[in-house]
Design a protein around this ligand. Structure first.
Ligand SMILES: NC(=O)C1=CN([C@@H]2O[C@H](COP(=O)(O)OP(=O)(O)OC[C@H]3O[C@@H](n4cnc5c(N)ncnc54)[C@H](O)[C@@H]3O)[C@@H](O)[C@H]2O)C=CC1
Ligand SMILES: Nc1ncnc2c1ncn2[C@@H]1O[C@H](CO)C(=O)[C@H]1O
Length: 481
């Protein structure tokens, strides 16, 4: 319709989506400030941005900010459960379109995608009529990986081999690659051409950033990258205060159990784990932390949390949440020893933090679906556990993810990073970069003012005394916030 390609659950939900996007704009001062700052300048004119990031109301405001700055955009979600269908519909219709005549941007996302559908959406998001994307905006690295793996197999002239040991996610991904490399419309240089056209990628989250550094270390990065996650105004806010808000939102909407008085185990005490522990303690849970890093473990202890090994707290745990960005953190052997109806969930980017494959293979186990994204797994002895969002990040699967204000911080960094790489890509090698502190402080200033905070001004003498400029940056590069 309207000449726009799209695949969303229900275009009729656009009106509802538009109402929530309008409310969200008021809560996203950073993005709205960037629209005003760059009005009529259009720094992203000529940018063709392929975005793989949870298709939520907040992301809708990000997308429409990129468009307001001149970009063309195609979008898919980076998770099968995180799309808010009314937001997806509103983005397709656009602020000035109708469901009969959409005037927005192509979106390929709906809540509850199968793995095959997820990778189909991802390929559609990367496949433009005519010239391909010249920018990628990624969250978790699936879009970046598809371009890199596709290029690798095309250049090697081989079809991705099947390996029965591969996790389902990977099997489906390889199947898509096989089809795109050898299918009827086989264009044996599709992914290579896309990779050559991309000026850069901006990455949202910790796990995606890890994958970028690994590619860069191997000398395989096809284009420059900006690590948005490690902007202080992203990870020290979104990862912590966003989780503090949205973790209990997911648990409450999923299970509605009383958290107060219960024992909650948080695996990992990084930025996300800190927000998770604070969130659960705020509800009156007795929180126990597991950690591998003595520094983060000591922080947890100093913050008043017990620090234990997971296997030693299984008999008392009512809620177990993983926040590590690692894999195989909670195994089926742990789950089999948990209390009856213990709640198990993950808020790391990928579901491999929980041993979902091992759980499904456990002899005599069976699954009862309670409602979308809530499953009761019944062990042969009658004991059950409640697993949220099939182990995928539950704050977006069972709830709506972080609220707009904190996402305004994160997405202001995304927009700044997109402008930086699109307009100055010749200045960047194929490495991973972070934004300068001055821009971090700019994002913080906008959001502090929006909260009514007053900044104290340094005198010239004071600035000299602490060896900073009156206008900042106010900290050294190695300062830990
Ligand atoms: N659901 C959401 O909305 C969000 C999800 N994330 C994701 O959450 C994950 C964590 O992100 P951050 O907290 O920023 O990373 P981080 O690196 O700051 O924290 C992870 C912590 O887990 C610990 N850890 C690693 N393996 C462990 C194990 N086996 N047992 C116990 N602890 C272990 C590490 O020592 C580290 O302290 C990443 O996958 C990130 O992409 C990040 C932001 C928001
Ligand atoms: N409401 C939201 N909309 C879009 N992205 C979100 C939202 N809540 C959390 N995220 C992002 O999700 C990734 C992890 O996949 C983060 O690092 C967060 O920035």
């Amino acid at each position: 319709r309207g000449g726009i390609e799209f695949a969303v659950a229900d275009l009729e939900a656009a009106e509802f989506g538009r109402k929530e996007i309008r409310l969200a704009e008021h809560e996203m001062p950073g993005l709205m400030s960037l629209r005003r700052e760059y009005a009529e300048v259009y720094p992203l004119r000529g940018a063709r941005v392929s975005g793989s990031l949870h298709m939520t109301v907040q992301t809708a405001v990000l997308i429409e900010t990129l468009v307001a700055l001149g970009a063309e955009v195609r979008w898919a979600s980076c998770n099968i459960f995180s799309t808010q269908d009314h937001a997806a519909a509103a983005v397709v219709v656009g602020p000035h379109g109708t469901t009969e005549e959409p005037k927005g941007v192509p979106v390929f996302a709906w809540k509850g995608e199968s793995l095959e559908e997820y990778w189909w959406c991802t390929e559609k998001m990367l496949t433009w009529d005519g010239e391909g994307p010249n920018m990628i905006l990624d969250d978790g690295g699936d879009a970046t990986m598809l371009v890199h793996k596709g290029t690798e197999y095309e250049k090697a002239g081989v079809v991705p081999p099947a390996d029965d040991e591969d996790p389902d996610e990977w099997k489906v991904f390889l199947e898509l690659l096989r089809a795109s490399i050898t299918g009827a419309a086989a264009d044996s240089s599709k992914w290579t051409t896309i990779g050559e056209g991309v000026r850069g990628v901006t990455e949202e989250t910790t796990t995606g950033v890890l994958r970028l550094y690994q590619l860069a270390a191997a000398g395989e990065l096809l284009f420059p990258a900006i690590n948005v996650n490690d902007a202080v105004t992203k990870s020290k806010f979104d990862n912590r205060y966003g989780i503090r808000h949205s973790l209990i939102d997911g648990i409450n909407r999923g299970t509605d159990v009383l958290i107060g008085g219960k024992v909650a185990v948080v695996c990992g005490y990084g930025d996300v784990g800190k927000g998770a522990a604070e969130s659960l303690r705020g509800q009156g849970a007795r929180v126990i932390v597991t950690e591998i890093d003595p520094i983060c473990a000591l922080q947890a202890a100093m913050d008043g949390f017990q620090v234990k090994k997971l296997e030693n707290v299984l008999p008392e745990a009512d809620i177990v949440i993983t926040t590590t960005g690692n894999k195989n953190v909670v195994m089926v052997e742990h789950m089999a020893k948990m209390k009856h109806q213990a709640i198990v969930g993950n808020i790391g980017h990928f579901d491999n933090e929980l041993d979902m494959a091992g759980l499904a293979r456990y002899p005599g186990i069976h699954r009862i679906n309670i409602k979308p994204q809530v499953d009761e797994w019944v062990f042969p002895n009658g004991n059950t556990i409640i697993v949220l969002s099939e182990g995928r990040l539950l704050n977006l699967g069972n709830a709506t993810g972080h609220p707009s204000f904190v996402m305004s911080n994160s997405f202001s960094n995304q927009v700044i990073a997109q402008i930086e790489l699109f307009t100055k890509h010749e200045e960047y090698d194929k490495e991973v970069f972070r934004l300068p502190k001055k821009l971090d402080e700019k994002v913080a200033r906008i959001h502090l003012e929006a909260l009514g905070g007053e900044l104290t001004k340094l005198t010239k003498e004071q600035a000299e005394y602490i060896d900073v400029d009156v206008e900042g940056p106010f900290k050294s590069d190695h300062y830990r916030y």
